[in-house]
Design a protein around this ligand. Structure first.
Ligand SMILES: [Mg+2]
Length: 393
């Protein structure tokens, strides 16, 4: 197959709110081959910043856009996908935004080649069998403990046996308020559910406060404390984990490339590495991190706060590894979470687990009606030359 077109779509809700909620907009990529097959991908980034990485004019030999690297290329095999990921990386070597941007087409190429080879992506990554995952609902804390309790009760009512609460007021008030938020989440979810806490990097490099909260939260039997510190504060993570806090520590969504994830695993002492396939440069790089986590005996979990297209891409990366059991499952009410895939997203089965799709490629398709509904038309023109204009859906 030859890559005939790379179609980029910026979709967004009519109103973007000031909340740590990545499901309000997105960048979709459709790669079309000369035989009529296509693949879809999505990046977790600022959509227009990433879109620009596909079309900007060349600055010099290490700043060349992604379209230039990939259009017209041959892609028939897993080796081709890996080769093209490396080629886009080399063309955009000095482009800071490349890893987020290229994730969309890397995912789309795995989808395309999966359809071509008639294989689900997890098999292309070398696994024989996909293992179901326990989805944990991923939501933001309410503004108050009471609101948080109501959110938790709602999730419990929807049948979730695990849920993560994050960001919002956590870390912005007193220690007592932080504890009250966690207590409310636990109360709302009940005694038997798994509850995780995401501090949203609020304590920066302050491992003392992070340790204090880990001790206080341990009373509520939480499965992990996520991102108590900033991603790049690996030394602070090390100081925190050296003290053996009574709860497990998770981090990694801020890792933008292989080395930053590896740094956290090797030098941060974390228990769970959380990787966003739409940020770290796609399935190719996430797969490498997942295999590294297996080597190091660290739990790999997806980070996903986008659509179920992204969720499917995330799942294929670790579906083949039975010991990696948990899966972040976006559970907010944005129409871009479930609405972007057709006919549905990845459902929770009757046992409360999520199965990896067995259909070729990612095993989910994009709902073009949703794309049309939320499409933001974009035209980028420099000195009269049009670098990008939103293609036909
Ligand atoms: Mg998080």
């Amino acid at each position: 197959m030859k890559i005939e077109a790379i179609d980029l779509f910026y979709v967004a809700l009519p109103e973007i709110k000031l909340a740590a909620d990545g499901t309000q907009d997105t960048l979709l990529c459709r790669v079309r081959a000369d035989n009529g097959l296509y693949g879809w991908g999505e990046s977790d980034s600022s959509p227009l910043v990433s879109l620009a990485a596909y079309v900007f004019p060349m600055s010099h030999s290490n700043i060349i856009n992604i379209n230039e690297a990939l259009l017209g290329e041959t892609v028939d095999s897993v080796e081709d996908v890996r080769r093209l990921r490396a080629k886009a990386g080399a063309y955009g070597l000095d482009v800071q935004q490349l890893d987020h941007a290229v994730a969309a087409i890397d995912i789309a190429l795995w989808d395309l080649v999966g359809k071509h080879l008639e294989q689900p992506v997890y098999k292309m990554l070398g696994y024989d069998k996909a293992h179901p995952k326990l989805p944990y609902a991923s939501v933001l804390f309410g503004d108050t403990p009471d609101e948080t309790r109501t959110i938790a009760e709602g999730l419990r009512g929807r049948g979730f046996a695990a849920a993560k609460f994050g960001w919002g007021p956590m870390g912005h008030g007193t220690a007592e308020n932080d504890v009250a938020l966690v207590a409310a989440a636990r109360e709302g979810m009940g005694q038997h559910a798994q509850v995780m806490v995401d501090a949203g990097v609020v304590w920066g490099d302050d491992d003392e406060t992070a340790y204090d909260r880990a001790v206080r939260f341990s009373e509520y039997d939480i499965s992990w404390l996520e991102e108590p510190l900033l991603s790049e504060e690996v030394d602070a993570y090390k100081r925190l984990t050296d003290r053996k806090p009574p709860v497990k520590i998770a981090a990694g969504e801020g890792a933008d490339f292989y080395r930053s994830a590896d740094d956290l695993m090797l030098n941060g002492g974390i228990d769970f590495i959380q990787i966003d396939v739409g940020r770290t440069g796609g399935i190719t790089v996430s797969d490498r991190i997942c295999k590294r986590a297996q080597e190091l005996g660290i739990q790999y979990v997806n980070h996903t706060f986008k659509s179920h297209l992204q969720l499917a891409a995330s799942l294929h990366v670790f579906a083949g590894v039975p010991q990696f059991r948990l899966m972040e499952y976006p559970a907010g009410d944005s129409p871009l979470i479930l609405g972007l895939t057709a006919p549905t997203g990845l459902p929770v089965n009757e046992k409360g687990m999520v199965d990896c799709p067995e259909a070729p490629g990612l095993g989910v398709d994009v709902n073009l009606d949703t794309v049309r509904k939320y499409l933001q038309r974009v035209k980028i023109e420099v000195n009269g030359k049009i670098l990008h204009e939103t293609p036909e859906v």
